[in-house]
Every structure is written in structure tokens, then in C-alpha cells.
Design a protein around this ligand. Structure first.
Ligand code: V47
Ligand code: SF4
Length: 363
């Protein structure tokens, strides 16, 4: 049932957050259950304005997805294929070079690398991909792979997280994607991605990166079988790590999209759940500067609405270079820079092009 009136207890908590106070996990749960969407929106935008004023960020990026063949079998994933299945792809270094060259003069400031975890992949293969991109795009930031891909090749090579990450930075990597976090709660994780590395290992990999001075992003896959308490506990673990390291740039809640995977019967959560989750993330994560409404996953219209719930980043041009969401039923991304800027303006904010580290770019 829709919550139309905020309870007195929830109203006090909203005031606490707006005034810069820290919410407990119980407080966040109270907001989930007892705050109206209108009041969540007002409080989350007020906190967002304290951090980034009127600005909402986008960037010029593209994705390289070297393979969709994956040794894991996440039940929510529409994208992965096993080596023997039709529909799999693996790009050669030459094909990666060609793709990068297509973007050579397009003002790209970030290359986002992510894919399946090919069972044959080695640390050296991944490093060679990063070196190739670095050679062709000396100026762009390289955001390379998820913690899950890093952990797989580090374990295989028998190197520590610290040593593996140093080799990646030597090859030209600047930052890591936030992928693979899913939901940390072990009982849910065991059901939706039973063979994937644990939440503890995901957090440990990001901690090792932060301690080396590498900034990273964090995600959460929501809207499937997890409870509100599982969501809050996930962002609590991120906030605890951020208290220790300060290494997260952005938090990116990812809505479970249901087409073409083995959890399709669950359907998708209503938009009110998206907005509640975004706003409460903004209010609870008082130490992570940016909350991203990733437009290729929400779609253009919902992203505009998400900006009224405390988000301050919509990601970038991406173009048609990611297939993770198109294969899960979202319309293929095709928004121009002008479309992105218009989307931000229509929501009442100022579009600002950023680099990977949220510095404004003047052209
Ligand atoms: O970990 C997979 C998610 C993630 C589905 O760091 C799904 O800037 C919804 O991490 N429905 C990979 N989500 C993508 C990712 C990402 C995306 C954008 C920006 C950044 C960043 C990182 O995609 C996976 C998983 O949580 N995912 N399948 C699905 N059916
Ligand atoms: Fe593999 Fe990533 Fe899909 Fe899981 S979400 S099956 S790790 S490609």
C-alpha cells in the first residue's frame, strides 16, 4: 500500500538527515516503512544540494565488454553464456583495438571495461586489454572490471589483492567498476548467485584498492527476493568501509530487470520502490559523495524522476556499447549528449560534464 503520510517518527528522522545527522539501520528501515515518497524526495534533494548544489553530472564514456562467457551462473543474469552455448562472444585484442579506435576523436574521458568471467581468462590477458586501451587512449580514464573479475584472475595467478591491483595500475587502470556487489546478505546471495565470491571478498577487494589510493564505485542489485533489511544492511556495509577508507566515489543502485533470465517469474519492483531506495541511499550514505541513477538501466523517463530523489549523476553517453541491460529487457540505449543534458535540465538541475573523479570539464 502506498504511504501517503509520513509518521511523526519518520519525519523526525528526515529532519535529522537534512541537518547532517547520521541515520542508524533501524532509522533507515523506519523511513522505508513510514515515510511518504514526497517527503523522502524533499529530504533527499535537500541533502543532495548540500553536496552538489544544482549540479547533476554526466560523462563521455563507452563500454568494452570483452566477453559474455562466464564461469559463474548468476540467476538474474540475462547476458552470460557458457562456452558451449550459442550467443556467446569473446573479443580478440584486435577487435578491442578497433572498437577503441572508433572513439579516438570523440572527446571520450572514460573507458568502462566489464564482462563475463571467462573460465580461461588469466591476469595477463586482462592486463593486456588494459595496456591496449591505454596505448590507444593515453588521456582517458580506464575503469577496469568488477571485483569479481579481479578476484578470479588474482586467485588463479596466486597473487594477493594488493599485488594484483598494483599490476593493473601499472598497466594503466585508474579505477574499478562497482559491479558484482549484488546483495551482501549470505542467504540471499546464495540463492541468486550461489557460486560467486562472497560479499566479504567483494568488500576486501575494494578495501585493498582504496588503501592503494584507487577510487572505486559500489553497486547494489535490488528488487528481487531481498528484504528491505537486506538492502539497508548492504548500504551499511558500504558506509562502514567508506568510514575507514573514503575510497568510494559513487553508489549505484541497480534495479533487477527480469527479461531472459532464470528469475523472470519474480517480475520487477514498482517504481515507488526504486525512488524509495534511491532517496534512502542518499540520506543514509552520508559519506559517499555521489548517487548514480544509471540511465541505461532505468531508461530515460525513470532517470529524470530519479533526479528528484537525491541522485546527482546519470552516467554517460555509453552509446550502444553495453548489452547487460538490453539483454535483460531494457530498450537499447541511444541517447546523445544533448539528450542527456536535456534530461537533467527538465528535472530542474544544471548539467555538468565530469571526468571519472567528478571534476567538472569545460570544453
Ligand atoms: O554486477 C546483471 C547487474 C552489474 C542484471 O561502476 C543486472 O560506474 C539488473 O556494475 N538486472 C554490472 N542488473 C554492471 C555494473 C555497473 C553498471 C553501471 C555503472 C557502473 C559503474 C557499474 O549489472 C552486475 C549486476 O549487479 N546486473 N544482470 C539484471 N538482469
Ligand atoms: Fe557472470 Fe557477471 Fe552474469 Fe554473474 S552477473 S553470470 S558474474 S556475467
Amino acid at each position: 500500500m502506498a504511504i501517503t503520510t509520513t509518521s511523526p517518527a519518520a519525519a523526525r528522522l528526515l529532519e535529522t538527515a537534512v541537518n547532517g545527522g547520521r541515520l542508524s539501520t533501524d532509522d533507515a528501515l523506519t523511513l522505508m516503512e513510514e515515510a511518504s515518497l514526497d517527503d523522502l524526495s524533499a529530504a533527499a534533494v535537500s541533502v543532495k544540494r548540500r553536496i552538489s548544489g544544482d549540479d547533476v553530472y554526466y560523462n563521455r564514456n563507452f563500454h568494452i565488454e570483452p566477453t559474455n562467457i562466464c564461469r559463474y551462473n548468476c540467476r538474474f543474469c540475462s547476458y552470460r553464456r557458457s562456452p558451449s552455448e550459442p550467443g556467446g562472444w569473446t573479443m580478440s585484442l584486435g577487435q578491442i583495438e578497433e572498437q577503441v579506435k572508433r572513439y579516438a576523436d570523440s572527446g571520450i574521458t572514460e573507458v568502462h571495461l566489464v564482462g563475463g568471467v571467462h573460465p580461461a581468462a588469466t591476469l595477463e590477458d586482462y592486463l593486456e586489454i588494459v595496456r591496449t586501451v591505454r596505448r590507444l587512449m593515453p588521456e582517458a580514464s580506464i575503469k577496469a572490471f568488477s571485483a569479481i573479475e579481479h578476484i578470479y584472475v588474482f586467485d588463479k595467478a596466486g597473487v594477493s589483492f594488493d599485488e594484483g591491483l598494483r599490476r593493473f595500475t601499472d598497466a594503466g587502470m585508474n579505477t574499478l567498476t562497482g559491479g558484482g556487489a549484488e546483495i551482501f546478505a549470505p542467504d540471499v546471495r546464495n540463492k541468486i548467485c550461489p557460486d560467486k565470491p562472497s560479499g566479504e571478498r567483494w568488500l576486501a577487494l575494494h578495501e585493498a584498492a582504496h588503501l592503494l589510493g584507487i577510487k572505486t564505485n559500489a553497486t547494489m542489485l535490488y528488487g528481487h527476493i531481498e528484504s528491505h533489511a537486506d538492502r539497508i544492511d548492504h548500504i551499511r556495509a558500504l558506509r562502514d568501509l567508506q568510514d575507514r577508507t573514503g575510497g568510494f566515489n559513487a553508489f549505484i543502485p541497480l534495479k533487477y530487470r527480469c527479461a531472459g533470465n532464470s528469475m523472470s517469474h519474480l517480475g520487477e519492483c514498482p517504481m515507488s520502490e526504486d525512488l524509495r531506495t534511491l532517496a534512502i541511499s542518499r540520506l543514509f550514505l552520508d559519506n559517499i559523495p555521489h548517487i548514480k541513477a544509471y540511465w541505461p538501466m532505468y531508461g530515460a523517463q525513470a532517470t529524470q524522476t530519479a533526479l528528484l530523489y537525491g541522485t546527482d549523476d546519470i552516467d554517460g553517453t555509453v552509446a550502444d556499447t553495453t548489452r547487460i541491460y538490453s539483454m535483460a529487457g531494457v530498450e537499447p540505449p541511444a541517447l546523445t549528449l544533448e539528450n542527456l543534458r536535456a534530461m537533467i535540465k527538465k528535472a530542474g538541475f544544471t548539467p555538468v560534464e565530469r571526468d571519472t573523479f567528478y571534476n567538472a570539464i569545460e570544453r
